[in-house]
Every structure is written in C-alpha cells, then in structure tokens.
Design a binder for this molecule. Sequence first.
Ligand code: PLP
Length: 430
Amino acid sequence: MAARGNLRDDPFLARLADQEPSAWFNPAVTTTAEGLAASELSPSIVDDAAARLDRFAPWIAQAFPETAGAQGVVESPLDAALGMQRELNLAAGQLLLKRDDILPVSGSIKARGGVHEVLEYAESLANEAGLLPSTDYRAFSSEPFRELIAQHRVVVGSTGNLGLSIGITAAALGLRATVHMSTHAQAWKEELLRSLGVEVVEHSTDYTAAVEAGRTAAQADPATHFVDDEHSVSLFAGYAVAGRRLARQLTDQGITVDEDHPLFVDLPCGIGGAPGGVAYGLKLEFGDSVHCVFAEPTAAPCMMLGVYTGLHDEISVAELGLDTHTVADGLAVGRPSGFVGRHMQGLIDGYYTVTDPRLKALVKALYATEGILVEPSAAASLEGSQWIASNARYLQRMNLTDQHLQNATHIAWLTGGDMVPDEIQRGYLS
Ligand SMILES: *Cc1c(COP(=O)(O)O)cnc(C)c1O
C-alpha cells in the first residue's frame, strides 16, 4: 500500500477518494478455523448471549407486546424476493432478504446487540444487589427491581439507531439513559428518544467524537454503564446470536448450505460492530460455506480503508478527503472499530461501496418490486450479489465455480427502516 500521506499514489485508494463505487475482496482472507482463532473470542460468548436472551424472553414478551407471539424472541423474517432478484439481474442462485428492517423493539439490526447489552447490565445490577430472580425474569418489572435499576444509567454514542435500541430498552426497564448523537443523526430519532424520557446530547462533531464524549461523561459516574460501540463484547455477542437463528430459518425453509451450496451474506457496515458480530455468528454456524461481504457508502468506506491499509482504527476516511456525509446515516462513520478490523479481517471476504444516488435508487426499486420500504443504509446490502458474481478473480481464488453460483443463496441483510416516520419514508421515494 501507499505510504501514509500519499494515499492517492495507490490507484485503489485514489478511486475511494474520488467516491467511485468499488469492491475489494481481501486476498488475505483465511479459513474459518484460523479466522475464529484470530478473533481471540470464545464461541461461549454467543452461547451466553443466547441463554441470556432466553432468560429474559418472558420479560421481553411483556415489555414489547409485538414479540409476544414469538414468546419474547426478538427475531426477523427471512423472505424470498423474486421481484428484486429480477430487478438486480441476478440469474444464478437465489436472493433472500433478512428483514431486520422490521426487527421488533427498534426496527433495526441494533436491536440485536443493544437490547442484549442493556439486559446484561440490568442482570448484573440485580445480581450485585442479590436480587437475581431464580426463574421468572418478569420480576424485572416489579418494584424492587425498578427501584434498583432507576438509580443507574446507560450512556451511548450513536448515529441514531444504536441510541434507539439502547434508549427504548432502558426506558422499558426504568433505567436512565443518555444518548450522545453525532451531527448526522436524524432529528426524528432524537425526538423519539426524548419522548421516552431519554436524555439526548447533540454534538456538532462526527461519530467518533460523539462516542468519545459519551465515554468521558460515563467515566465520571460509577452508577453509569457506557455502551462502547467500538469495543463492546456484549453488543458483539448479541449480534452474533443471529447466526444460529438464521441457521434454523434456512433449515426450516429447506435451504441447504454446505460446500456445494455456498451462502453469501451482504451486510451494511458502519463502525463494523453489527456486521462483525453477525459474521462471527454465521462463521460459527456455517464455517467456510458462508461468505460475508460488507457494504459501505462511498462517502464513508471506513472498514474497507482500515483493512486494506492495515491501519484499522488508526486511519479515518477524512485522510482521503471524505466527509462521511451520506444519505445512509446509519453508516456515516469515518473510523472503523479497531477490534472488528484487526480481529475479524480473516473472516470477511470483501467490501464494496455504494453511492448515495444508487442507494436511493435501490430503496425505490425494493419498494417497487417487493413493497418493502427500508432506510438507505439497509439498501446498501442489495448490491453485493452483483459484485460477487462479476469478480472472476475472487471466485477463482475461493474455488467458486458456475455450479456453486447456481446453487448459491444470497442474503441481503436489510438492517433498518421500520421506525422511519412516514413523511421521511415518502421522501426516500420521491
Ligand atoms: C448501525 C447500522 C448498521 C451498521 O452497524 P455498525 O455496527 O455501525 O457497523 C447498518 N445499518 C443500519 C440501518 C444501522 O443502523
């Protein structure tokens, strides 16, 4: 790669700086076994998170009635999308949509990690106070718990959706919450949080600075838990539970994933925690048969830049002259999670970027073909199958033949949309 300060000498980085839609498939991708070892994480974190979500399920079913039909399991459908598949000219294999845009609680993928971390904190408070319920976690709605929990606070920095998932869960528990919002956060997300009694601190800075402000504020107060989007294992583990849930859904739908039937999963990436956690969970389930690819806006390709240069969180897209201004507000992050970049890079096959006009076109096309209205961040996932199918070098290196592509399942992970107010949704379509 180019020497630092001379990034434009590298033709690929010059493309990124010019906001040309680009893909990079990492030649240093490793086997699942090596990649999982390099992650330095124990798969037991996912078992623990899944067990915790099970323990809390009766409480979740009560606190969020939309989950009652699923007995308090916060999960989203996995749907075929023949119309969108035709629209994308995806001839080989099958396109499925993972509908985290309608994930209960907060209408985005953040409900996976955020709900889990807040529940883990509440559980630890109850444990320290000697109040842990022996069986029925609906006790978290009763007086002694609420009194205890109301003396504590969670703090988080967010571009919007993480703040929503943390704030909504905290409010349901009676836990106080402060959300530090970066400059790109949408006003309706702030208003919704304030209406729940969540304190919102607006910053006129980018995401990294908003997170830092949250971290500093939280450190000053021992009754406060900081949700660290850059490093949190609890968030990561909550996201990773998606792997086993997806495996069950595929089995139920009679879809095979194995050496001859590869699974490609395209995940919109901001700081990297959500797609990194989901990818970890997928690798635990499907091993080398699953191929994870991250999607980023051309204005904020932070994970691609960090992994490509090997500098991870020591480089920001600002060094390419990019300002992270994008219609994909959930992905408007200039500096990636160093944890995900350093420890997960061997497990992520590739990265691609999408322009704002293309994101808007994909939002419209998905609505026209499937009647599904997502936020622009989520639509970034829809282009992965094309980058994959057209990259002969990548396919050859991974020993993926035409027959594999015929047998393949592509999943576009639709990461958010349900809470977007109607008038803003209509704006995406006009
Ligand atoms: C946060 C978010 C992502 C990406 O998650 P990161 O953990 O920031 O990488 C993708 N899509 C939507 C809609 C999001 O809100």
